[in-house]
Design a protein around this ligand. Structure first.
Ligand code: ASP
Ligand code: MG
Length: 450
C-alpha cells in the first residue's frame, strides 16, 4: 500500500465527544489513512497511575474510579448506539477496579502496566464506535497482538523485527478492508503480559507501527499546531516552523520540546517516513513536517526547554591520566538501565544528566543500587531542579561568532553545564529552574525576533 498513512491522536485530541468527532473528520479527510493510533482520553492515564501507585483509602479509590467512569460516560452518552461499547468499556473498568485494589495491597511495575494500559483500551472502543456511526468502516484492533516488547515493565523495549512480522501477518491485511483503530502506549511481552512504552509513549507506538506496516506517512495530532521556534506559552512571539529536518527534530525531541516522545523519530528515520505534527483542534492551521530533506537550513531553528533534570557529578582522582574509568561508570549505569542524556568531562570529574521517560513521573532518580556501586569508584553528587535549554539549528559547529551572541545574551545567568560540538544541530546547557523561562525569553528575542 504505497500511500498508507498512519494517524495518531493524543489524549487531548480524544478528550471528549467533540474532540473525538474532530479526529474522525481528520481521518475522513485523508482517504489514505488506514490506521489510527489513539491515546487514552485526557487525564485518564494520570488517574490510572495514581491507582497503580496504591491508593489505600477505599473512599479515595472509589472517587478516582468514579472520575474514570464519568470521563468515559460523557462520551458514551453522546453516541447513537452506545450499548455494546458501554459494556466493553465497563468490563475494562471492572478490571481497573480489581487491579486498583490489588495495587493498594502491593504495587508492582507489572501490575502498573496492566492497569495504566486500560486507558487506551477504553478510548479505542469508543473512538471506533464513534467512527462507525459516522459511516467510516472502522474496526478496533488490540495492538498487544503485534507490539512486542521485552518485560521491562514501565518502559518496555520494542522488539522491532517481531513487531514487523506480527504486523504483516495480522494488521496489514486488516488495513486493506478497514480503517483500523488501535492503542498507543501499550504492548505485550513474550508471555502475553501487558507492557507500556513509558509515559507519552503513544507517539513512539505510532512510529513503530508505521514502520512495521511500511507506511508512507505518519501524522501526529496533538493540541499544538506543530513545532514552534519555542513554546509560545513562554515566548509570545514564537512562530510556527513549517518544515524541519529529522536531524534537527531529533535533537529537539531529545533535548526538550515536549511535543513528541523522544523516541518517536527513531523508527521514522529508519524507514524515512515523513512525520506531520498538527493540532486536531485547528487542523486548518497546518503544522510541521519533519522530513529527511528540507528546503531551508537556517543557523537557528528553535529553542527547546526541558525541566526536571537531574545532574549527577562523579569525581575521582583515579580518573587522572587513567583509562577505563568512564567505561566502568557506563557499565554500572547500563547495568541499572540508567539512560544518560548529556555528558561533560574534566580531568577528574564527569557530569551527566539522566533521561526520564518511564511511567513514574517526576524528576529522574539515580537508582540507589547504582549510586552505591558508583560510590565504590568515586564521589557521587546529585543535583535537582535544573532545566535544559537547547538551541537547535544547522552547521552550528562550523559557524563563527554566534557563541558570543548566545552567551552574551546570557551573561547574567549561571550556566551549570554546557554541551556543544557533538552535533552540528545543537548547543545546550543547564540552568536553574527558577531562571529557565527567562533564559528562553532572552534568547528568543535575541536570536529569533530580529
Ligand atoms: N496515555 C499515555 C500517557 O498519558 C500515553 C500517551 O498518551 O502518549 O502517558
Ligand atoms: Mg503525548
Amino acid at each position: 500500500m504505497s500511500n498508507f498513512n498512519v494517524a495518531k491522536f493524543g489524549g487531548t485530541s480524544v478528550a471528549n465527544f467533540e474532540a473525538m468527532s474532530r479526529c474522525a473528520a481528520i481521518i475522513e479527510s485523508n482517504p489514505n489513512t488506514k490506521l489510527v493510533v489513539s491515546s487514552a482520553c485526557s487525564g485518564v492515564t494520570n488517574l490510572l497511575v495514581e491507582l497503580a501507585n496504591g491508593v489505600q483509602d477505599q473512599e479515595h479509590r472509589s472517587e478516582i474510579l468514579k472520575q474514570l467512569a464519568e470521563i468515559h460516560d460523557s462520551i458514551l452518552n453522546q453516541l447513537n448506539d452506545p450499548t455494546q461499547t458501554a459494556s466493553d468499556v465497563y468490563s475494562i473498568l471492572d478490571t481497573v477496579t480489581s487491579l486498583a485494589e490489588a495495587a493498594s495491597i502491593q504495587a508492582s511495575n507489572k501490575l502498573t502496566d496492566h492497569l495504566v494500559a486500560c486507558g487506551e483500551l477504553m478510548s479505542t472502543f469508543i473512538l471506533t464506535q464513534l467512527m462507525k456511526e459516522r459511516g467510516i468502516n472502522a474496526v478496533r484492533f488490540d495492538i498487544r497482538d503485534v507490539l512486542r516488547t521485552d518485560n521491562n515493565f514501565g518502559k518496555g523495549e520494542p522488539e522491532v523485527e517481531t513487531i514487523a512480522q506480527l504486523a504483516q501477518q495480522s494488521l496489514v491485511p486488516l488495513c486493506h478492508d478497514y480503517v483500523v483503530v488501535t492503542q498507543g502506549f501499550i504492548g505485550s511481552d513474550e508471555e502475553g503480559n501487558t507492557t507500556t512504552l513509558g509515559r507519552g509513549g503513544s507517539d513512539y507506538s505510532a512510529a513503530l507501527i508505521a514502520e512495521a506496516v511500511k507506511a508512507a506517512g505518519l501524522e501526529i495530532w496533538t493540541d499544538v499546531p506543530g513545532i514552534y521556534t519555542t513554546d509560545p506559552r513562554i515566548a509570545a512571539k514564537a512562530s510556527p516552523i513549517p518544515e524541519i529536518s529529522f536531524s534537527e527534530a531529533s535533537e529537539m525531541a531529545n533535548f526538550g520540546a515536549k511535543i513528541l516522545h523522544p523516541s518517536t523519530l527513531v523508527p521514522a528515520l529508519r524507514h524515512d517516513i515523513p512525520v506531520f505534527v498538527g493540532s486536531s483542534k485547528e487542523p486548518e492551521k497546518g503544522g510541521t513536517w519533519i522530513r529527511h530533506k528540507v528546503e531551508s537550513s537556517p543557523l537557528f531553528r528553535a529553542l527547546a526547554l526541558r525541566c526536571n533534570q537531574t545532574m549527577v557529578t562523579l569525581r575521582s582522582a583515579k580518573m587522572f591520566h587513567a583509562y577505563g574509568f568512564l567505561a566502568k561508570v557506563f557499565e554500572i549505569l547500563a547495568k541499572h538501565k540508567v539512560s544518560v542524556d548529556l555528558i561533560t568531562t574534566s580531568e577528574i570529574s564527569v557530569s551527566l544528566t539522566l533521561d526520564q521517560t518511564d511511567t513514574s513521573g517526576g524528576a529522574p532518580q539515580l537508582p540507589e543500587a547504582a549510586r552505591l556501586e558508583l560510590e565504590e569508584l568515586c564521589t557521587v553528587e546529585v543535583e535537582h531542579n535544573l532545566c535544559l535549554v537547547a538551541l537547535i539549528g544547522n552547521n552550528m559547529s562550523e559557524s563563527k561568532g554566534y557563541a558570543k551572541q548566545v552567551f552574551g545574551t546570557l551573561e547574567d545567568f549561571n550556566l551549570r553545564m554546557i554541551c556543544y560540538g557533538a552535533s552540528p544541530h545543537n548547543l545546550c546547557f543547564l540552568v536553574h529552574e527558577s531562571v529557565s523561562k527567562l533564559a528562553i525569553q532572552k534568547l528568543h528575542t535575541e536570536l529569533f525576533e530580529g
